[in-house]
Ligand binder design. Structure first.
Ligand code: NAD
Length: 419
């Protein structure tokens, strides 16, 4: 995929929504660029004693509404333009969800799958050290994304805590979210993004008098977001009939057991070698007839060919930026609804915010409380997006971006530009 494509796509969605809400020119100019772009190079000792230099990024897009917030990605394709696009999406997402955070994103350009646990730990700790005071519990708060999980977040927290001195140390726990529950994470954070995707699907089904029981879903990406979405949907009677990841795609007319598949991925790192179903190509995957498609892998996955091939009624974007503008145009013409990323996958940052609040208050909420708050937040914002789309006659993505931009527009109008 052309890497500039993704940034161009996010920028073009932004321009459309900016027109829809008549965003003043100066706010448009400010939001078109990130506030800070940080690139660090840091050396790490490998298991064989050799030293390798790594390239890490942290893009801080906007902090008008609160501290910078966004995930860290470990992937061989991480690039400056991708991270800029992902950071902007975080600003829109937090503004849409009314979370008092801004937007950021970061990552390291490497493939964690070819490294030992010890190497990944040293890479993570050295990267945290290289970021230094460019992150902080009231300044910029990382979280997991593709290729990272609670394990990396706990290493980051520990590294950061140990650089600030004994007295301050314990106030620093909330420098990252998405930690393990033992080390200050929130109950329900691991499944939060998938849970939020499912809340949106349930609301859409209610709006369209669409009984989910007995329906089918296909999911691209079976990591944190894809697997939790599949497991929660299965409890509603929706069966996973096709699935894919970086190793390939599989089809099973009978439906996969998502719990067993998730266990297989935990043990083997991918869906490769799973016994049920049959192997299919990526092309065949996009042609499978199903009710719902959840992209939960990477950006730029639904181009023109995929949009023409898909035979589903609904797309709920678990991934960030999976649909290209060209693909979206075709899908909308074909009457396929897209629940946009900044709404559909916002459950993750929502529960990250709850985690940050719990750490700040030295509390640990019960799972039921986290779940109830998340459900209310997802439903409220789903409704706002759909009402805006109906009232302004725009598609749900422009509506979601539009609501986010309206909040930023008001804040800029009230605060003015310093000095
Ligand atoms: P993950 O690392 O847990 O899983 C990523 C999945 O994508 C894996 O199954 C991997 O095999 C698959 N994948 C990678 N490259 C692929 C390719 N070329 N083709 C097909 N599949 C491929 O990551 P995740 O946290 O589940 O994130 C997935 C998406 O969801 C990303 O777009 C991420 O930005 C977005 N997201 C994640 C969260 C979160 O809380 N983790 C929150 C919001 C959005």
């Amino acid at each position: 995929m052309d890497k500039q494509e993704f940034l161009r796509a996010v920028q073009s969605y932004f321009e459309r929504a900016a027109d829809a809400v008549e965003l003043p020119d100066h706010v448009r100019t400010i939001l078109s660029q990130p506030k800070n772009e940080l690139i660090v190079h840091f050396p790490v000792v490998m298991d064989d004693g050799k030293v390798r230099l790594f390239k890490g990024y942290r893009i801080q897009h906007n902090n008008l509404l609160g501290p910078y917030k966004g995930g860290l990605r470990y992937h061989e394709t991480v690039s400056l333009d991708d991270v800029k696009a992902l950071a902007a999406l975080m600003t829109w997402k937090c503004a849409l969800m009314d979370i008092p955070f801004g937007g950021a994103k970061g990552g390291i350009k490497f493939n964690p799958r070819v490294h030992s646990e010890g190497e990944i730990r040293r890479i993570t700790r050295r990267f945290t050290h290289a970021l230094g005071s460019n992150i902080g519990p009231e300044y910029d708060i990382p979280a997991p994304d593709v290729g990272t999980s609670s394990r990396e977040m706990v290493w980051m927290m520990d590294t950061y805590m140990n650089t600030v001195g004994h007295v301050e140390k314990n106030a620093m726990m909330r420098v990252v979210t998405g930690k393990t529950v033992t080390c200050g994470g929130s109950r329900g954070r691991d499944k939060a993004t998938g849970q939020g995707v499912v809340h949106c699907i349930v609301e859409w089904a209610r709006d369209h008098r669409f009984d989910l029981e007995g329906k089918t879903v296909i999911i691209q990406g079976f990591g944190n977001v894809g697997s939790h979405t599949a497991m929660i949907l299965s409890r509603l009677g929706v069966s996973l009939i096709a699935v894919g990841d970086h190793t390939g795609y599989r089809y099973n007319e009978e439906g996969f057991n998502p719990h067993k598949l998730a266990e297989h991925v935990r043990q083997h790192g991918s869906i490769a070698g799973y016994e049920a179903g049959e192997e299919i190509t990526r092309e065949q995957f996009f042609q499978v007839k199903a009710d719902i498609f959840v992209p939960a892998a990477l950006e730029n996955q639904i181009g023109v060919a995929e949009a023409q091939a898909l035979r589903v009624r609904l797309i709920a974007e678990g991934a960030n930026g999976p649909t290209t503008p060209e693909g979206e145009r075709i899908l909308l013409e074909r009457g396929i609804t897209i629940l946009p990323d900044i709404l559909a996958n916002a459950g993750g940052v929502t529960v990250s915010y709850y985690e940050w609040v719990q750490n700040k208050r030295s509390e640990q909420w019960e799972l039921e409380e986290v779940d109830a708050r998340l459900e209310a937040a997802m439903k409220r914002n789903y409704r706002r997006v759909m009402d805006f789309a109906r009232d302004r006659r725009v598609d749900p993505r422009v509506a979601a971006y539009g609501l986010a931009l309206e909040r930023l527009k008001t804040a800029y109008a009230e605060r003015g530009i310093f000095p």
